[in-house]
Ligand binder design. Sequence first.
Ligand code: ADP
Ligand code: ZN
Length: 619
Amino acid sequence: MPSQSSEQTSEDSRALQLLRDVFGHADFRDAQAQIVAHVATGGDALVLMPTGGGKSLCYQVPALLRDGTGVVVSPLIALMQDQVAAMQQLGVRAAFLNSTLDAQEAAKVERALVDGELDLLYVAPERLTMARCLDLLERAQIALFAIDEAHCVSQWGHDFRPEYLELSLLHERFADVPRIALTATADPQTRAEIIPRLALEEAQVFVSSFDRPNIRYTIVDKIDARAQLLRFLKEEHAGDAGIVYCLSRRKTEETAWWLQSQGIEALWYHAGMDAATRAEHQARFQREDGIVVVATIAFGMGIDKPDVRFVAHLDLPKSIEAYYQETGRAGRDGSPADAWMTYGLSDVVQQRRFIDQSDASDEFKRVSTAKLDALLGLCETAACRRVRLLSYFGEHSEPCGNCDTCLEPPQTWDATDASRKALSAIYRTGQRFGSMHVIDVLRGKTGERIARWGHHKLNVFGAGAELAEQAWRNVFRQLIALGFVQVDHGSHGALRLTESSRPVLKGEQQVQMRPVVKSGRKPKTASRTPDEVDLSPADTDLLERLKEWRRNEASSQGVPAYVILHNSSLTEIARARPLDVEALAAIGGIGAMKLERYGEAVIGLVAEDRADKATGSTP
Ligand code: ADP
Ligand code: ZN
C-alpha cells in the first residue's frame, strides 16, 4: 500500500501534468500548487491573491482532478460566456447557467450536469440559491464549489451582493464538497468578514503578496490634465487598450469625445447610460484590440481583459484601496503595464469637500478623512510608491525600481520659507479666502479684488513673487495634504490654519516638499517581463501577421481575441519562430487542444513570414 506521502506526490504530478497538457503552462506559480493540492484532496480554502495572480487555475485544476462537476459561483454574468468559451478552447467541458439562457438552453445544461457530462459549471449566485437549483445539484456529482469575487459578501465594500450572504447554505447542504473562496481584495477588514459569512472557519487561508511587479506607478503634477493624458497615450501607449478614470459622468463623455477628435479610439462608460449602449461599450473594450474606455468607477469588477496596458486617473480616487483596485485592472497578463495619475490642488480640495459635505455620520467622515490622507501620503511621497502602497496593506518591501520616484528620485527642496509665507498670507487675509486669492496676494498681483479688500497694503503682498503661480499651487497642495492647512467648504473653500501649522509659522519646524514634476516622462527600459517592445522589427512584422490571423479567427468564432491565444503567447511565437509542433508546444499558453486547433495555422504563418523575408517581399 502506498504511503500517504507517495500518494500525495502522485496526485501532485497528476496536477502538474494537467497544467501542462490542458493549459499549456510549464509550472504552477507561487501558492497555486499548494492550493490545488489542498482543494483536490477535499480541503476548504480561502484564497487572497491579487488580480492577475492566477486564481482561476486554483479551482479549475482541482475540478478536473476530482470526480464530478466543479460549480463556480460568480456575480459576473456578462463574462460567463467568455469564460466558458475560454475553457472550451482548452477542451474542458464547461457551461453556464444564468438569466441570459432561455428555458430550453437551461434545460440542456441541467441535463448535462446530472448526466455527469460537465467539468465546470458557472452559475450566478441568485440562481444557485434557488431551491430548484439546489435540488438539481443534489442529483449531480459535485467536485467542488468555487466562490469567486468572495468580497461580494462584504456589506461595506461597493461590490456588495445580498445573494452572497446565502452562500453559507452550501456548507450545510453539501457538507462533503470542498469549497474554495477567492478574492483580490486586499484590505484586512473585508477579509475578516468573508470567513464567518461564508462559514469558512475551517478553511485554510492562502495569502499571496499583493505586489503587482509588472505595474509601474506614476503620479504627475496636474498642469494641463488633458494635454498630459494625450501625451501619455500617444508616446507610451499608442494602440493599447486601457482605462481612463474620471469622477463625473459628464467628464467621461467629454474626455472620450475629445480623445476621439485627437485620433484615439475612445469610448465612455458610466452608470447613467442606457443599458444597451453601456453593454456595447463594455463588449467592444473586452473583445476588440486597443480600445480606450473613459469611465467612472462604475466600470469595474466586470472587466476580465488580460491585456489592459494602462489605467490612467484624471481625478483622485478616495482611498488607497480604491486606487489599488482600479489600477489593478492593468496588466493581468503579467506584461508591463502603467498606472498613471495626474494629481493637483483641485483634487485635494474636491475630495475633502465630498467628505465635509456628505450626510454621513461623524465616524464615517473621520474614517474617510484618514483614508484620503493615506492616499495623499502616497501622492506626496518622495520615496518608493510601491513600498508605501504595500505597507498600507501590511506588507514590507524594498524600493522597487519600477515607479516614478525610484526611476527619477525627486530632489526635494527646503520649502520652510515658502510655507511660512503661505501660512502667514492665509492668516493676514483673515482665513477667509481660497488658494487663488492668497496666491495673488503672495505674487503681488494687483486687481479689483485685491484693492477692494485692501490686500495690497499687507506686508505679505508680493512677498512670494519669486515663485511662479504653478509652484505656489504646488506648495498649497502639499500644505493641505500635509495637514498644515485645511479647506473650509462651508465658506467657499476658504483656507484656514490648523494647530500643526503653528511650529512652521514660528520657524521651529522645517518643511521639505516635492518640486513640480512637469512631464513624468521616464525611460522605457525598466520593464521586467518580456514584452512586445523588445521585439526586433522583423519579429514585430510577424506579430502583426499573427494578430491579424487571431482577429479573423476570433470574429469567425464569436469570441474575444485573447480566448484564441494570449498576447504573451503570440509575442513568444514571434520571437521563437517555431516551425514544428514540438517547438510550438514549448510556447507558454499552448496546451494540447490549442496545438490541435491552431498549430498548423500558426506554423504556416511563421513559415510564410520566413519565405517572404527570404524573397524580400513585405507582407
Ligand atoms: P486572476 O483571476 O487571479 O486575476 P487569472 O486566473 O485570470 O488571474 O490569471 C491571470 C493570467 O495569468 C492569465 O493570463 C493566466 O493564463 C496566467 N496564469 C495563471 N497561472 C499561470 C501559470 N502557472 N503559468 C503561466 N501563466 C499563468
Ligand atoms: Zn519604487
